[in-house]
Design a protein. Sequence first.
Length: 256
Amino acid sequence: MTKRAMKRQLREGAFDAGQFEGDAKIRRLPVDRAWSPLAHNNNTEDRDQGYVKTIKAKSPGQQQLMDAIDAKNLVMALGPAGTGKTYLAIAKAVEALEAGRVGRIVLSRPAVEAGESIGYLPGDAEDKLAPYLRPLYDALSDRLSMKRVRALMAEGAIEIAPVGFMRGRTLNNAFVVIDEAQNCTYGQLKMLLTRLGWHSTMVVTGDPAQSDLLPELSGLGPVAEKFEALANIAVVRLQDVDIVRHPLVAEMLGVL
């Protein structure tokens, strides 16, 4: 900053003359200014949840889901699109990893095509599976920077894999999220649920009404009904009132 500009700010009252006494090489930035880079005087209540460390529930159903994840080692979250099932589960997973309560995050979803085939796409198996796993990357990048996501994946602290790669594993000291479970068969869900190891939490999310499988093949509904009788497993059923996407989403789901 030039001397002329500093003198002008001194005349306008932006600086206190006393702050220039002492070492002439040190300049202290003004602390009392009307403008702030954050809206509403840095009030985190009005900031997007992707940029705050601790998320808050936006509906009673979401609060019930968050409480269940804190209290139980196995939680099934069922509900329509837009209720925040996947986002809350991954946010809780990141929270547990950052706090040191788990050593890794394991995210999985079935590679089931939603009416379109992508097998003709070029690349190896990882390239072909990338479109199926993209929603998980999106949710992770909303809670962590992509640079940190890549670093954690490189060191094995975050793993994203399709359901077919989970057989035969035991997931200890991990936070496991099974997304889009309505596209898993009864046998696949049985295999996935029995992967749960010591000091681990598993959250299974899905919408039984939007399965890409034949209705009789999807195992999410039958498994959830059986688990409701078990006290150590939480089954949270979110409703249309818990939808936090555009209000039209709730209206559309009410008639479709």
